[in-house]
Ligand binder design. Structure first.
Ligand code: SF4
Length: 400
């Protein structure tokens, strides 16, 4: 059995680690080349035109895996209210039409996720004993958590480093080192070492970066090719990115803590309730709640990443416009028409707007302190003026 997987952020690293621990060689696991323009071209060429970007990119990955000899491929499935439910069935047919007789193995992301994943590992490793599977799973998850912790630190450092690009080069080294680590002890040591190195990166003496949250559909938020490395680009513009959607968080809650009744989205759903009372599929409900929470937490703005034609995020986008929370939102629609120069122009304009807004708020704050010492009539005039809220622009970006 030669198993091909689609890319999704750094997920190939824990998958590779598990396969190695279970004795699967390089020829058993086919990791397609990193997602590229060719992957996208293949996905676009063979997908239905209205399919969302995650569908097209993962199809491109699976075609590339089949070209390298995969006879079995992994794909997610779910029973939610969006297209994820038909990804596997549809892509299987497309691969057949292209002459690849690949067997599809699916991971159910709606129910029994942990059992579904462990059973799949057992099938793939030809019935290895459960203790060995659990040890391999722990090893893979150790790598995933370490990578996400390092990435979180990188998001802070990129915004304030004096030598631009240093945090990225340390991050690239960390990815490679963790990918090559052979046991849990080494993963933990690398985790500590790389976070220390990042903390020691020289920073601007008065750095006070803008904080922008990133929310939206999980695939385009996590997969850098799908969002054109938006986090890195924001870092270059001196912005600290805050992102709650990570693979390790998904694993921690969806596979373990949710089973104990702990719901990581409880607060976010509660925050969204005045505007949206139910799940609309994908991550739409969470996107609305994230806007409310980010406004409360003092973020400067929010970038909403939405695949073009994605129904849940289209619902969220329209609701976000009308919430009373005072937080600028830039919606970036991700599809194959998206071009980097166009996206950069929008990011730069958004960052300028947020900087201007922050400065104006601070200036107003200073005036307020000063006005407290003025005679009452002046103070009242000022407070009337201050009660006028800053506009909370919602900037929709088309693709291109
Ligand atoms: S949430 Fe949107 S982008 Fe993701 S699979 Fe569903 S329809 Fe596609």
């Amino acid at each position: 059995m030669r198993i091909g997987i689609p890319h999704f952020g750094n997920v190939y690293i824990p998958v590779k680690a598990m396969a190695n621990k279970l004795g699967a060689g390089g020829e058993d696991l086919i990791i397609p080349p990193p997602t590229s323009q060719r992957t996208l071209d293949l996905g676009v060429k063979y997908s239905p035109v209205e399919a969302c970007l995650p569908y097209k990119l993962t199809l491109g990955n699976l075609i590339e895996a089949c070209e390298l000899g995969a006879d079995t491929v992994l794909q997610a499935r779910g029973t939610g209210i969006c297209r994820l439910g038909y990804y596997a069935k549809n892509q299987e047919q497309i691969l057949r039409d292209l002459g690849y007789d690949a067997h599809f193995l699916t991971i159910d992301l709606s129910r029994h996720k942990l059992a579904s994943i462990l059973n799949m590992i057992k099938t793939l490793c030809h019935g290895a004993p459960w203790p060995q599977i659990i040890l391999a799973f722990r090893f893979g998850m150790g790598k995933l958590f370490a990578l996400d912790r390092i990435e979180k630190e990188v998001q802070k450092v990129r915004a304030v480093e004096i030598e631009k690009g240093l945090a990225n080069s340390i991050y690239r080294e960390a990815i490679q080192a963790i990918d090559e680590a052979r046991d849990n002890k080494e993963v933990k040591r690398l985790n500590r070492e790389y976070i220390d190195r990042l903390k020691r990166v020289p920073r601007g003496p008065q750095a006070d970066p803008l904080k922008i949250a990133l929310a939206g559909e999980i695939y385009v938020v996590i997969e850098p090719f799908a969002n054109m490395d938006i986090e890195m680009e924001l870092g270059k513009l001196g912005v600290e990115v805050e992102r709650t959607l990570t693979l390790s968080r998904w694993v921690k809650y969806s596979l373990f803590l949710n089973r104990l009744g702990i719901d990581e989205w409880k607060e976010v759903h509660k925050a969204a309730l005045p505007y949206l009372k139910r799940d609309v599929g994908g991550d739409g409900w969470e996107s609305v709640g994230e806007k409310v929470i980010c406004a409360r937490n003092g973020c400067d703005g929010l970038i909403h990443l939405a695949p073009f034609t994605c129904m849940p995020e289209t619902v969220a986008q329209n609701i976000m416009r009308s919430t009373k929370e005072d937080l600028p939102v830039l919606t970036v629609l991700c599809d194959e028409q998206m071009a980097k120069p166009g996206m950069m122009t929008r990011l730069e304009a958004f960052v300028d707007l947020l900087q201007f807004r922050r400065k104006r708020r601070r200036d107003k704050g200073n005036i307020k302190v000063f006005s407290n010492r003025l005679p009452v009539c002046h103070s009242e005039e000022r407070s009337d003026e201050e009660s006028h809220r800053d506009p909370s622009p919602e900037l929709d970006s088309g693709s291109g």
